[in-house]
Write a new protein. Structure first.
Length: 252
């Protein structure tokens, strides 16, 4: 069976993945359980490799950094002979990196949102937004998390040699699900798949539909359920009403 080769521009980097794991597990950024985070981080890299995603070198550098910190935490802490204080926490530099990254990314996102919200738009009084307009931007790793859960649900079956997993039927399946409901849960897209390659093909189908701007994903709160919607078709321009020429008799 030929492996699918996926080439994506994954905008999130290794620190985004760390932040995603910290939020998902509701952890204290100043007391990160390095063993747990390192294990989950490496699991995500394995999932990304299974999806044949091109993993940038910075992801591997961060994996090495996490393992170094984990090793240092296993060693006895050095104590200052004069003050009796312990040496610096090996996690300190990582915490500083995350904090600095969050500050810069938060400022960048705020500027982008303000630009997008107010470009060529002028309000008289305060603007009022509907609930449909209030949703969080999804991280790429939310989709990787769904693939991870789908892999975990798969039965212990042996792949059949020569079995194919074409893309179009998966695209049709997603559109058919959305044709019956207003929205479907992200996990439901993978629910009927019984092989890893089928899950991977569904993942590609989702990305293709997002790329074509035929579907959109929404999440009401951080780490909440992700719902997939059909993207509304743009309204057709109203046909211009033909006006009779001056002096011409009106039609009966």
């Amino acid at each position: 069976m030929k492996e699918l080769d996926i080439h994506l521009d994954v905008f999130e980097g290794p620190i985004d993945l760390l932040i995603h794991l910290i939020r998902k597990n509701n952890l204290d950024i100043y007391d990160i359980p390095i063993a747990q985070i390192t294990s989950e981080y490496l699991e995500y890299l394995d999932i990304m490799k299974s999806l044949n995603l091109e993993i940038a070198g910075e992801f591997l550098v961060m994996a090495s950094t996490l393992m170094q910190i984990k090793a240092k935490l296993l060693l006895p802490s050095q104590v200052d002979s004069e003050t009796g204080e312990k040496g610096p926490d090996p996690r300190g530099r990582l915490v500083n990196m995350i904090e600095e990254y969050q500050r810069y990314k938060g400022a960048s996102k705020s500027l982008e949102e303000r630009f997008a919200s107010y470009k060529d738009v002028f309000y008289r009084g305060s603007p009022v937004f509907t609930n449909e307009e209030k949703f969080l931007d999804l991280e790429f790793f939310v989709f990787v998390e769904a693939v991870k859960r789908a892999f975990a649900r798969l039965p212990d079956a042996v792949a059949v040699e020569g079995e194919s997993y074409p893309l179009e039927p998966r695209i049709d399946k997603i559109l058919d699900l959305l044709g019956k409901k207003e929205w479907v849960l992200l996990d439901d897209v993978f629910a009927t798949e019984t092989a890893r390659q089928g899950v991977i093909t569904c993942f590609i189908a989702l990305l293709e539909l997002v790329k074509q701007r035929r579907i959109m994903a929404r999440q009401d709160d951080a780490c909440g359920e992700v719902r997939i919607y059909l993207r509304p078709e743009p309204a057709a321009p109203a046909a211009a009403t033909e006006q009779p020429a001056p002096g011409a008799p009106a039609g009966e």
